[in-house]
Structures are given as C-alpha cells and as structure tokens.
Design a protein around this ligand. Structure first.
Ligand SMILES: [Zn+2]
Length: 432
C-alpha cells in the first residue's frame, strides 16, 4: 500500500506540474514513509508533505528505470471529476492514482491511497478537540530534558501550530532512558531533536528554536518570545532560570506552568501561574519552608552544591515513568489554559483544575516525610501516593515579583520611595 499526503498531491495537480519526490525507506523496503518534495522542502517539513530526516536513506522514485527506483506513483489530473481537486484537501482523497513498486527487477502494481493528512491526523481527537481549535496557539517551552521533552511531545499531538523551544544542551547517552529521544540522537541539540519529533506528529507545525540558556543576559530576547506566546512551559532544573522566567511572564502577563521533580523523582509539583490572578513562582518560593527539597539534582554541578559530606553526591536517578506522571499534569493544565474562551467539551475540567499548585507522590520514598503514609490499597481518605493533590496558595501581597514589595516595605519602614527606586527593588534576588 502506498499512502500519499492528499494536500501534496492536490498542490501538484493545482500547480500542473510533476515532481521529483523521494520516500524514506524503512525496514529494507518493506515500507516507504515520509514523502519529500526535493523542490521546496530541503529536508524541512512543509505543508502537504511529511517530514523527512536528512540523515536517513532516501529512495529516489523520480524516473522509471533509474537504478535505485523502488516506488512510482502516477496521479492523473485528467481523471479528476468536476474539478474536485480545486476544493478542500479532503477531496483529493478521491483522486485516482496508480502505484508501482519495483520487486525483483519487475514493476508491480501497488494500491495507492491518498489521505488528507491534516484532516486525518486529528480524526481521533475530534469531538474533544476540534482540528483547528488550537491551531493559532503559540507555546514556548523552556528546558527540553526528560520532563520538557515529554511535555513537548504530548503538546505536539494537539494541533498546536506554533512552538518555540529553548535549551542549550545536547543529548547525552545517559539522557536516553528518560528522554523522548533515542541513542541515534546522541550528540544532537535537544531543540533539534524535539523539532523533528514535533514534525513527526504534526508536519504543519512551525517550530523556532533557541540553543541558549535562560539567564539575566538574554532577558530581552526572552521577553520578546514570551510576549508573543499564549503559554509558557518552564521545565528547567535550576531555580535561577525559573525565577527569571517567572519575572518576565508576570511582567508580560503571559500564563506559565512550572514543573519540577523531587529528588530521585519520588514525587513532583506543578505550579500554574496566571499573572494577576494566581500566586507566581516567587510567591510560591516564599511560602516554602527554608531548605525545601524542591531542587532536582540532575547534573554534577548541582550535586556538588548540595554535597554536605566528604562523599560526592551522585546525580539523581529517576525513572522516566515517574517524570512522565508529573509531566502529564503540565500537559493537562496547558490544554485547559490554551482552550480558555474556545469551544470545547473539556470545559468541565476547568472546575476541577482550579488550584495554583499541584502535588504528586510516585512512591513512599524512604527517608522522606512520606515514608510512613498509608499504602494506596483501597484507601480513599488519607493522603496516598499516585494521586494529584491541588493545594491552595495565596498571592503574597509583598511578593517582589507580582506584589507590591517596595510599597509594603516602605509602609513598614515609614519611608517614601521614588519610582526609580521602586523599579530597582522590583528585581528579585536570584536563587541561593
Ligand atoms: Zn508573586
């Protein structure tokens, strides 16, 4: 069976041209996937084609008889009834096409199916999420480690058309068992790997990438991206980065969701910040007890900072499953946030997901305060593992980020503060 993207075939017919296309060969020719038009794709997905990776072998199907030809499809516009090809993409499913596959030196007939890819992609979510309901949404994801890659991959399935990804890192072998990417991606930028993954789920999505670290030095660039985004996902493993993202999101009035795993991913928490409505990350930090264990240890530098004995602290282990459990809540909150004011049958979840702060335990980790929790069993009352808890948290009126920090201090100290000084004091301290 040869399956072609209807949008691609339709475009060829409308433009009245033939095209040298290549297929990606997989399984020693058992399957040809990802149609690529050499004319204008140059390895990047474009409307009407499926993405094809440059690194993988492509099979030329442009000329009959040429060595290496394996598949040929002939679509005849003359056979199209009543100009059907000029209408919507789903109509091209009716365009007759003949296919041939070269087997043992002979061209044999092969059935061809022309699929309106864009319609078909979301056929199993229709009724819950209409194909285009999130198509004008823009999401900015910062941090593409284990959690960030999972969140990105889930969001790519929703029909969101605009992604901006930021991460300075390259994939290492040790990342593979927790990351969406595999061994074949080791050495690549995480941004580029996730771009391919988004396009594999939605070849029509626009993806912009930034191979840089979140820092006070690039705050202007961050601000520009955040201003243009409907939602920001912060999946960073360091507190300073989160503080920076929080500050800019609050200033730009852009909702953002923070995700973090506890040590060894024995649990995690998710904070949704709706500027002006709910507490921000800085409010959250100030509500935490000192030395709160919300710091993930995912690299040797962080482990070193936390080392309190003469023995080095190992980089924290954590299971992909445990990180995915936490990441799923981020995705759910993201969906509800992006659907705000749009038609959906998922509206009832808005009443469930009202808390600013969510808390999850993957297990009763020895050495933590949750060690002695009741086992889940049939427990429906007390606190147990493997359940989400929504926690109420008030905005801090004196929050240095979203509150009137300077005003409060001034009132306490009985001094007047000029607006210049207020702006200076507005800068939150970085993480200690
Ligand atoms: Zn705040």
């Amino acid at each position: 069976m040869i399956i072609l993207a209807g949008e691609y075939v339709e475009r060829l017919i409308c433009e009245d041209r033939t095209s040298d296309v290549t297929f990606l060969e997989k399984d020693q020719g058992d399957a040809y996937t990802a149609l690529n038009d050499g004319n204008d794709c140059s390895g990047v997905s474009c409307p009407g084609t499926l993405h094809v990776s440059q690194r993988m072998q492509e099979v030329d199907v442009s000329t009959i008889g040429k060595p290496g030809d394996r598949v040929r499809v002939i679509v005849s516009p003359d056979d199209v009834q009543g100009g059907a090809h000029k209408s919507g993409s789903s109509r091209s499913a009716g365009v007759p096409a003949r296919g041939y596959v070269l087997r043992n030196g002979r061209w044999e007939d092969a059935p061809v199916q022309i699929v309106p890819v864009r319609d078909e992609l979301y056929s199993r979510t229709r009724g819950l999420l209409e194909t285009d309901v999130l198509s004008d949404s823009s999401v900015f994801i910062v941090g593409l480690g284990s959690g960030g890659s999972y969140i990105t991959w889930e969001l790519a399935k929703l029909g969101i058309m605009n992604f901006t990804l930021m991460d300075h890192d390259r994939l290492e072998v040790a990342n593979v068992v927790r990351h969406m990417a595999g061994v074949s991606d080791v050495g690549r930028r995480k941004t580029k790997v996730m771009t391919d993954m988004i396009h594999d789920k939605n070849p029509y999505a626009n993806v912009r990438t930034h191979e840089t670290k979140v820092s006070w030095d690039n705050i202007d660039a961050l601000r520009e991206i955040i201003r243009a985004s409907d939602l920001v996902i912060v999946a960073l493993d360091n507190r300073e980065g989160r503080v920076i993202m929080n500050k800019v999101c609050v200033e730009e009035n852009t909702p953002c969701v923070f995700a973090g795993a506890f040590q060894r991913a024995h649990g995690g928490q998710v904070l949704r910040v709706r500027p002006g409505e709910s507490p921000c990350y800085q409010c959250f930090l100030e509500a935490l007890p000192r030395q709160a264990g919300d710091q993930e240890v995912s690299n040797p530098q962080q482990a070193q900072r936390l080392a309190y004995s003469d023995r080095p602290v190992a980089v924290e282990a954590g299971l992909s499953t445990d990180i995915a459990a936490i990441s799923l809540m981020v995705v759910k909150l993201a969906i509800q946030q992006l659907l705000a004011g749009k038609p959906t049958t998922l509206r009832s979840l808005d009443e469930d997901l009202v808390a600013p702060w969510y808390f999850w335990l993957n297990r009763r980790e020895a050495g933590t305060e949750y060690e002695d929790l009741q086992p889940l069993e049939f427990n429906i009352d007390g606190m147990t593992v493997l359940r989400w808890y929504g926690i109420s948290l008030d905005r801090n009126p004196a929050c240095p980020c979203c509150g009137d920090f300077v005003g409060r201090v001034a009132v306490e100290q009985g001094v007047e503060v000029s607006s210049d000084e207020a702006a200076f004091f507005g800068e939150p301290e970085t993480a200690s």
